[in-house]
Design a protein around this ligand. Structure first.
Ligand code: GTP
Ligand code: MG
Ligand code: ZN
Length: 382
């Protein structure tokens, strides 16, 4: 009996050692794809014996490309996963870690389960329902890109920051097309952002003349995952091509008339760079439907926005304040009452949307504090 127990214990110890050895090997492969301690701690060790781990590097309509650090393999979802999915979060997105079985000489994989996500970037889809779509998972750092010629907009930047802070992702602001503005203008824009959010990292660059590009490249760290966010035409894909060192991905020429780039990137995939960093390019956010109402306000009611700059108080709500330039314009018949009502209504809605969106995050102290500063600064900009 005693003999049996020791034997049994020995076997246990062996299988435990084997598991540790096996896990170590597996982890070594996928570590370079970003599989770190956090994921290791959040995985059921029992599942490791049964499945292999892979990262989703591209999402097609009904299929995926996954990588185990060695091969990129075509993959599909286990039928059960599709049937039991109730929300977009139940489907893998680019950057996800998944449990798979490989088949067909490792040329095909079935995805059985999505591993817990460290971070998840999602956006509200346009329309009234509060539905959302996944942008990418397990991003460490988001590069928010604005081009300094016409796309630069602090309020838009805030919206992106809200989205990114909500996801616990590290934001870095990249100001592109430095070749189209003067060094003084670049300095001014960086200072404006730094005044608004002192902790934020900001770097200007140009894909054209290369100034600042090396500094942007220096931000990339081995086995970390980055995503490129920003409006269409700001130069995200061109930057990615510069990271790669060749024009691997298509970019499109700017439309002559309004200097806006046409949407070019339509698909998301994770690109592994030589330096070991991973980058996910994204289609311009306008295409993704984010920021619709709030951003449109300024453009739609530009004459009211112009008037509001002359209001006596910075935080004028244009409802009953003394010295309100907007109300004065109505009195003088320079602004149609109806248009004004429309503006107030839209403004209210947009503030309301924003508040309910932010209020959900009140529990998170840090985030609440961040929102407060943003709101305060927002008042100052208006
Ligand atoms: N002058 C100048 N043009 C640039 C720069 N970077 C990109 N462009 C041009 O801007 C246009 C749009 O660039 P893309 O890289 O396709 O922009 P994108 O952000 O990927 O756009 P979407 O894929 O539609 O979201 C192209 O014609 C680029 O050549 C830059 O630093 N300076
Ligand atoms: Mg692009
Ligand atoms: Zn006013």
């Amino acid at each position: 009996m005693l003999h049996f127990v020791t034997h049994f214990e020995n076997r246990l110890a062996y299988s435990y050692l084997f598991k540790i050895f096996f896990m170590k090997n597996v982890f070594n492969y996928i570590k370079k794809l970003g599989f770190d301690r956090w994921f290791q701690d959040n995985i059921d060790p029992g599942k490791l014996a049964e499945f292999e781990i892979a990262r989703v590097i591209a999402v097609h309509k009904d299929s995926y490309i996954v990588s185990n650090g060695e091969n990129d393999v075509f993959a599909e979802l286990l039928g059960k996963m599709t049937y039991s999915a109730v929300s977009p979060t139940d489907y893998p997105t680019v950057g996800d870690w998944v449990l798979v079985h490989f088949y067909d000489d490792d040329n095909f994989a079935i995805i059985h389960e999505i591993l817990p996500r460290k971070t998840l970037l999602k956006r509200k889809t346009s329309g009234k329902n509060i539905d959302f779509q996944l942008i990418a998972a397990n991003i460490d750092t988001a590069f928010i890109i604005q081009s300094m010629d016409s796309n630069y907009n602090l309020r838009r930047l805030e919206r992106y920051l809200v989205m990114i802070n909500e996801s616990n992702i590290q934001p870095v602001v990249l100001l592109s097309k430095g070749d189209l503005v003067t060094p003084e203008e670049i300095e001014g824009k960086i200072t404006d952002i730094e005044n608004l959010m002192p902790q934020l990292q900001v770097q200007s660059f140009s894909n054209k003349n290369g100034i600042g590009l090396e500094k942007v490249k220096d931000l990339l760290v081995y086995s970390q995952t980055y995503c490129l966010l920003g409006s269409s035409g700001v130069g995200k894909t061109t930057l990615l091509n510069n990271f790669i060192g060749e024009t691997l991905f298509e970019t499109k020429t700017i439309r002559e008339k309004d200097s806006k780039g046409r949407h070019c990137t339509t698909q998301r995939q994770l690109i592994r760079l030589n330096c070991g960093a991973m980058v996910i390019d994204n289609p311009g956010m306008r295409e993704l439907g984010i920021l619709s109402v709030e951003l449109g306000l300024d453009e739609t009611f530009s004459e009211i926005i112009d008037l509001s700059k002359k209001c006596k108080f910075n935080d004028c709500t244009h409802v009953n304040e003394k010295g309100c330039a907007v109300l004065n314009a109505i009195r003088k018949g320079q602004l149609a009452e109806k248009r004004y009502q429309n503006f107030i209504k839209m403004n209210k809605e947009s503030i309301y949307n924003e508040m309910s969106y932010l209020e959900k995050r009140k529990k998170d102290k840090q985030f609440a504090k961040y929102c407060k500063t943003v709101m305060k600064q927002k008042k100052n900009i208006r």
